[in-house]
Write a protein that binds this ligand. Structure first.
Ligand code: SF4
Length: 212
């Protein structure tokens, strides 16, 4: 699969992930299909919203990429993702990056790839907005690194209680996978300029609400 096809597949997968509270999800058409305008830190930013991979071993009932679902699978390498974002940025099509992902077979490996992609664009001099999702199953050191690299880091709470989450996913554990990482996020962003957010899935459908 070439880079454009990957961008189509993995951009489409991220477009309904909410980046900011009150964000109006307005997917564009054609070349701007996966670029969303959102207000970040008081300014309107054009974000490339994209997944590192849509391969996932989890079973969240509301997700188009859950394990066993028949869909087109793709994944970027860190170098491909960085080059794709840099190309759009140099063409003045985007000002910021929102990077999320499926969990692949090993969330730690996928999180490493996400961090590596952002490290590349930072090393190349990009100082603009980056929102990094923290993956269930990642390590605390990775959350700390995400807080160093990103302007905003977040993990989806998905549901208000363990009982509600169990209805959405057999595999996700609220305490271990989500609440523990929310604590790590809180610790990691202390004393930094990075902030955090989370979101719920409302009604088990693909409608999501972000909370800062
Ligand atoms: S963990 Fe994320 S990508 Fe995987 S099935 Fe759940 S919502 Fe989908």
């Amino acid at each position: 699969m070439d880079t454009e096809a990957k961008l189509n597949t993995l951009g489409e997968g991220a477009v309904y992930d909410v980046t900011e509270p009150h964000e109006a999800v307005q997917p564009r058409v054609g070349a701007e299909e996966h670029i969303t305008r959102v207000a970040t830190h008081g300014c309107v930013t054009r974000l490339l919203k994209v997944l590192m991979t849509n391969v996932c071993h989890n079973d969240c009932g509301y997700c188009a990429f859950r394990a066993g679902k028949d869909c087109r699978r793709a994944g970027f390498t860190p170098e491909e993702l960085a080059a794709t974002f840099e190309d759009l940025h140099h063409r003045d099509m985007v000002d910021g990056l929102f990077l999320s992902s499926g969990l692949g077979d090993r969330p730690v490996k996928v999180m490493d790839d996400m961090l590596a992609a952002v490290e590349i664009v930072r090393r190349h001099g990009y100082e603009g907005y980056v929102h990094l999702k923290v993956l269930p199953g990642c390590e605390e050191s990775q959350v700390r690194r995400a807080a160093e690299l990103g302007d905003r880091i977040s993990i989806n709470l998905e549901a208000p209680t363990e009982k509600h989450l169990a209805r959405l996913s057999q595999a996700k554990n609220m305490r271990q996978d989500i609440l523990q990482r929310m604590q790590w996020i809180k610790k990691a962003i202390q004393g930094t300029r990075t902030d955090s957010a989370t979101q719920f899935v409302v009604g088990g459908a693909a409608r999501q609400i972000a909370i800062s």
